[in-house]
Each structure stands twice: as structure tokens, then as C-alpha cells.
Design a protein around this ligand. Structure first.
Ligand code: 5GP
Length: 178
């Protein structure tokens, strides 16, 4: 995108190292359970993190996708969460790994947790690549965090600005965002 200046913030190597560590933790967490395991990708932002992370979970699992939108292409949260795509299967009695790209205000994660808990899964473990603790407006349960970051707008590795930059293999800050 012209007119935007990016500065690299978390390198591809650092992301991959952390993703593999979280994959090992999740493998250990679920390896003794006999209940079915479902990894849920929260679209669109977590598609890249999800596809890397699930490759590091050394267990039988099935893949499901949820679509939510909260930013509507802008750089500040609207506070509204809208489900744009639902799961294709019931999750009752199953173990769930809910995989998010970033927890900012916490509203999306809270909305998702309430929604999924009402479907009576056995257990939900939440994972986010990035967390902005200073932006939190509502406490929310996050079991695994890739990186804690400052309250700045970031793009790359699945995260967009006005639909762009999702394909970057690293995380960057946008210097001149309005
Ligand atoms: P929350 O509901 O926690 O405020 O926001 C969650 C959603 O807002 C994320 O899934 C993501 O789509 C978007 N978001 C929050 N912070 C950022 C950011 O720094 N960059 C981008 N690209 N999206 C963000």
C-alpha cells in the first residue's frame, strides 16, 4: 500500500520459534485426553498463525473455522463483534483450542468464549499470538500468549490494515497511521 511506512517489529524467526514452543505446550496439554480435539481458527486474522501452529500440534485433531469481524478495516476497534462464519460441526463434549491473532480490548475473545461455552464443549483452551494488556477493557481468559506488545497498531502474519499486509511473514508497526 503506498503512503504507509512499516517498521519490522517481530521477525519471522522469532515468530516461528514461539509458535513451535506453543505447539509443544498444547501437545503436552492434550496428549493424555481421549476426547476429540478441535482447533478453531478465528478468521481472517489468525489464518497464518493457525496454519503454522497446528503443524506443531502432534496429535489427532480436526480443523474448524469461525469468522468474526470487529474492526471493519479501520485501525480502531468499533467495539462491535459480528459472526460472519459459524462452525460446521457441534462441539459438545469435545476439547477445543481457540486460536486468535490478537487480543486487544478483549471483547472479541469474550464474545467467542461465551458463544462457544453455550455449546457445552468439554474444555476450551485459548491461544493468541499477540496480546495488548494495556488495551484491555474486559478481563478474559487467555491460556497461551505468543507475545505481549504495547498498545500500537500492528500488521502482518495474518493481520491487516484496510485489507492489506496479511501476507507478510513478520509483524510490523505502521508508522504513519491516522
Ligand atoms: P478486540 O476485540 O480484542 O479489541 O480485538 C480483536 C480483533 O481486533 C483482532 O482479532 C483483530 O482483528 C483486531 N485488532 C486488534 N488490534 C489490532 C492491531 O494492532 N492490528 C490489526 N491489524 N488488527 C487488530
Amino acid at each position: 500500500m503506498h503512503n504507509t511506512k512499516l517498521s519490522k517489529f517481530i521477525t519471522e524467526d522469532d515468530i516461528q520459534k514461539r509458535v513451535s514452543e506453543i505447539g509443544k505446550l498444547l501437545t503436552d496439554q492434550f496428549k493424555n485426553s481421549k476426547d476429540p480435539l478441535i482447533a478453531i481458527c478465528v478468521l481472517k486474522g489468525s489464518f497464518m498463525f493457525y496454519s503454522d501452529l497446528t503443524r506443531h500440534i502432534d496429535l489427532d485433531l480436526s480443523c474448524e473455522f469461525l469468522g468474526v469481524s470487529s474492526y471493519h478495516g479501520a485501525s480502531k476497534s468499533s467495539g462491535e463483534v459480528k459472526m460472519t462464519l459459524d462452525l460446521s460441526t457441534p462441539i459438545e463434549g469435545k476439547n477445543i483450542i481457540l486460536i486468535e491473532d490478537i487480543v486487544d480490548t478483549g471483547l472479541t475473545m469474550n464474545y467467542l468464549l461465551k458463544n462457544l461455552e453455550s455449546r457445552k464443549p468439554k474444555k476450551i483452551v485459548t491461544v493468541t499470538l499477540l496480546h495488548k494488556p494495556d488495551a484491555s477493557v474486559i478481563p478474559c481468559k487467555i491460556d497461551h500468549i505468543g507475545f505481549k506488545i504495547e498498545n500500537d497498531f500492528v500488521v502482518g502474519y495474518g493481520l491487516d490494515y484496510q485489507g492489506y499486509y496479511r501476507n507478510l511473514p513478520y509483524i510490523a508497526q505502521v508508522q504513519n497511521i491516522n
